[in-house]
Design a protein around this ligand. Structure first.
Ligand code: NAD
Length: 473
């Protein structure tokens, strides 16, 4: 029976690969026809996506309730309205983005003119994740369409309701000769990764990021990797404590209960200030989620048993468990974990080794706030770094000394809403960026075009190379 299973798996693999290969062939034919390049096609598709989100809000809310028990308000703010916002911005700016950019030329080409022309890359693959399964699937797809590509989306199987909704909705609303959804898990994704793409845009873990990049290397396909990391939030003692506490809570537990790539992963503050900060966090947590956070409808559950167990183990490691100072109740039946704050856990505990991606918030204390820089820099570069302070000198030092995908002062996570800022990681938190015009650029080739005329032809550049000519140059 083991041989039979193996044979069945091999057969499935072959058919997955054949299907993926056929799909890419179809989409490439469509791209080669030139259809997706036209401004009109792009606008029509983007309008359809905006319409789809508008008309199917209820279905989106229901899918996210199923996948994550995501509060309706959170779904509206971070999935529905951000997706709509990306569509609207692309529709408003597309004409401008598509325009060739005139640039200066050099003396050696005089007379000439030059421009940078944005051209679509071709057929691109978007592999998405489960925590913001609607937004993080469609946002890159919007960029790919805006820049005139054919695109395949592979949503995450870990958010199955949203994955199947996306498949259904895109089939209904957009041009399927150029925009397709492939649902599935590792076998289906692996089959897609064997194909030759013109770009792969991947959101997810570092581990799979490495698999994606290795597969892309075989075809010299460029990648954008939107990964994660341990995002620090440094808190100074001169802050407006209530506002700081609220904004830390909003970015941690108010965003999918910590299952967000830019959620603060751990806090660094001074030994003296830590008790005050903890009191403020405790009292604001009560304000937001009530006396019994496990009963609150305003907090997402953990996505599945695997992640629930992973988080439970992080919290229940011997040397860590005794350090819980707030919350941490768990309910395996409902996959719920209440917001938990941990103080002064040992540096070598697992919770300080890996990205938490859940409702646990360790606080590390330092003698002097400036010592936080060394703590941050001893780890791989994070996707986001937060600093709550009114000290202008420290702000300047933080920007100069801390390398992170993005930095926010006196708040958390809101930089995602600023479409004029690129969103993406650095080092192990990822490569490449998107949002706003950066999404358009992410899926475009910047073609250098130089226009020369036949006038002003100088013999200086041509042989015979006499000493006189060399002196002239
Ligand atoms: P994941 O890597 O397990 O899964 C993401 C995608 O990869 C899914 O579509 C899945 O089907 C596919 N996949 C999984 N295993 C694969 C394999 N062996 N071969 C090929 N494909 C495979 O990641 P995750 O658990 O969904 O996401 C969590 C991580 O994502 C966290 O680190 C988080 O910080 C990061 N993240 C980053 C961003 C960002 O914008 N930078 C956003 C959300 C999440």
């Amino acid at each position: 029976s083991a041989t039979l299973t193996l044979m069945a798996e091999e057969e499935k693999k072959t058919s997955d690969i054949e299907r993926a290969s056929l799909l890419v062939k179809e989409l490439r034919e469509c791209f080669d026809s030139g259809k997706t390049r036209s401004y009109q096609w792009r606008v029509t598709q983007l309008k359809s996506i905006a319409k789809m989100v508008e008309e199917r809000e209820e279905d989106i809310v229901t899918a996210l309730l199923k996948d994550l028990s995501k509060p309706e308000m959170e779904t509206f703010v971070s999935e529905i309205s951000m997706t709509k916002g990306s569509c609207k911005l692309a529709l408003k700016e597309l004409n401008h983005w598509m325009m060739p950019e005139k640039v200066k030329t050099s003396m050696s080409t005089f007379p000439s003119s030059a421009e940078i022309v944005s051209e679509p890359l071709g057929v691109v693959l978007v592999i998405s994740t489960w925590n913001y399964p609607f937004l993080l699937s469609l946002d890159p797809v919007i960029g790919a369409i805006a820049s005139g590509n054919a695109v395949v989306l592979k949503p995450s199987e870990i958010a199955p309701a949203t994955s199947s909704l996306l498949a259904k909705l895109l089939e209904e609303y957009v041009d399927n000769s150029a925009i397709r959804v492939v649902e599935g898990a590792i076998p289906e994704t692996s089959a897609l990764l064997e194909q030759k793409w013109d770009k792969i845009f991947y959101t997810g873990s570092k581990r799979v990021g490495r698999i994606v990049m290795a597969a892309a290397a075989k075809h010299l396909t460029p990648v954008i990797l939107e990964l994660g990391g341990k995002n620090p939030a440094v808190v100074d003692s001169n802050v407006n404590l209530q506002v700081a506490a609220r904004r830390i809570i909003a970015g941690k537990w108010g965003c999918n209960n910590g299952q967000a790539c830019i959620a603060p992963d751990y806090i660094i503050t001074t030994i003296d200030f830590a008790p005050k900060l903890i009191d403020a966090l405790r009292s604001e947590l009560k304000e937001f989620f009530g006396e019994e956070p496990m009963e609150s409808k305003d907090i997402s559950r953990i996505v599945n048993l695997y992640h629930f167990t992973r988080l439970k183990n992080l919290m229940e490691e011997d040397k860590v468990f005794q350090k819980i100072v707030v919350g941490g109740q768990i309910d395996q039946n409902q996959l719920k974990i209440a917001p938990a704050i941990l103080l002064d856990i040992p540096e070598d505990s697992q919770i300080m080794e890996e990205e938490i991606f859940g409702p646990l918030l360790p606080i590390i204390t330092v003698e002097n706030l400036k010592d936080s820089f060394a703590v941050i820099n001893s780890r791989p570069k994070p996707l986001a770094a937060y600093f709550f302070t009114d000290n202008e000198k420290l702000k300047k030092d933080f920007v100069e000394n801390i390398s992170a995908g993005g930095i926010v002062f006196n708040d958390t996570i809101v930089h995602v809403t600023v479409s004029t800022l690129p969103f993406g990681g650095v080092g192990e938190s990822g490569m490449g960026s998107y949002h706003g015009k950066f999404s358009f650029d992410a899926f475009s080739h910047k073609k250098a075009v130089l226009y020369r005329s036949f006038k002003g032809d100088s013999s200086t550049r041509y042989p015979p190379y006499t000493p006189g000519k060399q002196r002239f140059l």
